[in-house]
Structure formats: C-alpha cells, structure tokens
Design a protein around this ligand. Structure first.
Ligand SMILES: [Zn+2]
Length: 258
C-alpha cells in the first residue's frame, strides 16, 4: 500500500487543515475558521487546536492504541482540553473546533471515522464506491444558509451537528464504517476545499478517485485552484484550504494479489 498526500492553504491564508499518516493509519483535519469579532473564550487560534489534536491522534495511532477510532478521538479531545483548560474557557460554545477524518488498517480490516465535513471515499476492487460523510450541518432547521446564532445553538448538541472541540461525546457521534482489507483498492480522505470539485464544479467520485490515484494529491489540488480561478463560485469562499490524502493498493493481476 502507498499513502500520498498534499495540503495547501487558501491563497494568502494560514493553513487550518492538517494531515498526517503512518504505515497503517492516516488523519485529515479541517479547522473551522473563526468568525470575525467572536469571543471564543480561547487564547489560541484554530491552527493551534488543529495541531494539538493532530499530535494527540498521531501519538495514539502510532502507539497502536487498542481502542476504537472513536475511543482514540475521545481521548485525544480530552488531552487537547487539558492543554488549554488552565488558560481558556472550555465552556464557551465558540471554542475552536475541527473536522476529523481517520482511517486505520487493523486485523484485516480498514476502519474509517468521519466527524463533520471531511469525507472518506473507499473504492473496492469490484468498482463500488462508498463515501463516508457526516453532513448533519446541512440538515439544521430551515436549511442553509444559516445564521451564526443558529449554528452556535446546534453545535455539539443532540439533533444538531458535531465537531471536535471541547466535548469528548462528539467522538461517539462520528460516522464510522469498516471494510475487509482485501477488498479495498483506493481510499481518499479530503477536506471540503477539495470536495468542492464535486460540490461546485461538476466532478464525480469515480473521476476524482482516478485523478487522485493517477495524478496524485498535488495535481488534484491544482485542479481545484484552476477551477477557482477560471470559474469563481458565486456562493461560497473563493478559496479554501485544501487537503487530499490517498491510499492505494496495487491492482490484482492474475493470481498475484497486490
Ligand atoms: Zn485555548
């Protein structure tokens, strides 16, 4: 198996995405950009939260944590809380937050977890594609676009949507799936700065997975930037931080399994 990734800040911005991988695990995070003028109760910025969370997750995964991916995420959120409990108001509903996508190969299976809008797409050897995505943010009362107050009132609340911030409970609200390792061909983990190729620009999962597999993550992010330049999207941020990770397994040829 080969794992490759690329991450690129929106032009002129600080990258609030993060990506890390080991031989048998990978994580992709996308920090939620703070709204201007909002008191988060936290002396740190979003990038700090994302880096702390990535460090905690990576440490557990590299140490072969025995718990579920949700257990690993809950423990990591707990550690990040401890890292700023002394300086920050962790009860503030606008405390910095992040999406989380996690994947781990273990005991003959691929385990996947997605919290908030950083999806994982898995293509199996039979050509079928499963997209693990947590789109609860799209289902808030009234539908988007939302007011700031409405989003705040539904963040990390039952019936609302969940993100990695100060609540360990969010870990157990994530969407999870497992796949037999032998059936998996390609795994893509993406932030919404890349899935805008699908959301805004008419791409589809089969082509996007082919692009990641053959062109690679950096090339794929280049397609995002080109689309943003040539066909500016009217209803969203002109650019976003963009991160793509792809894990590929060699194609099966004859009886020789890759
Ligand atoms: Zn803080």
């Amino acid at each position: 198996m080969q794992t490759t990734y690329a991450t690129q800040a929106a032009p002129g911005a600080v990258n609030e995405d993060y990506v890390a991988a080991g031989p048998d695990w990978a994580i992709v995070l996308d920090g939620a950009t703070a709204s201007a003028g909002v008191d988060s109760g936290c002396v740190h910025d979003v990038a700090w939260l994302v880096h702390q969370l990535a460090a905690a997750l990576s440490a557990h995964l590299a140490a072969d944590a025995t718990g579920s991916l949700a257990d690993v995420l809950a423990e990591s959120i707990k550690q990040v809380c401890a890292a700023h409990a002394g300086t920050c108001d962790l009860a503030n509903p606008d405390s910095p937050s992040s999406t989380v996508a996690m994947a781990r190969w273990r005991e003959g299976r691929l385990e996947c977890l997605a919290l908030a809008d950083s999806p994982i797409a898995v293509r199996c050897r039979d050509g079928s594609i499963s997209v693990l995505e947590d789109d609860r943010i799209l289902g808030l009362p009234g539908g988007p676009p939302y007011t700031f107050e409405l989003v705040r009132a539904h963040r990390n609340r039952p019936g609302g949507f969940w993100v990695a911030s100060t609540s360990q409970a969010a870990a157990y609200e994530a969407v999870t799936a497992t796949f037999p390792e032998s059936e998996v061909e390609t795994v893509a983990m993406l932030t919404d700065g890349v899935t805008r190729l699908i959301d805004y620009y008419g791409h589809h999962w089969p082509g996007l997975l082919d692009c990641l597999r053959t062109g690679g993550p950096e090339h794929t992010i280049g397609l995002v930037r080109e689309a943003e330049r040539t066909r500016p999207y009217a209803h969203g941020k002109p650019h976003d931080d963009a991160t793509a990770l792809v894990m590929t397994r060699a194609p099966v040829r004859g009886s020789a399994a890759g």
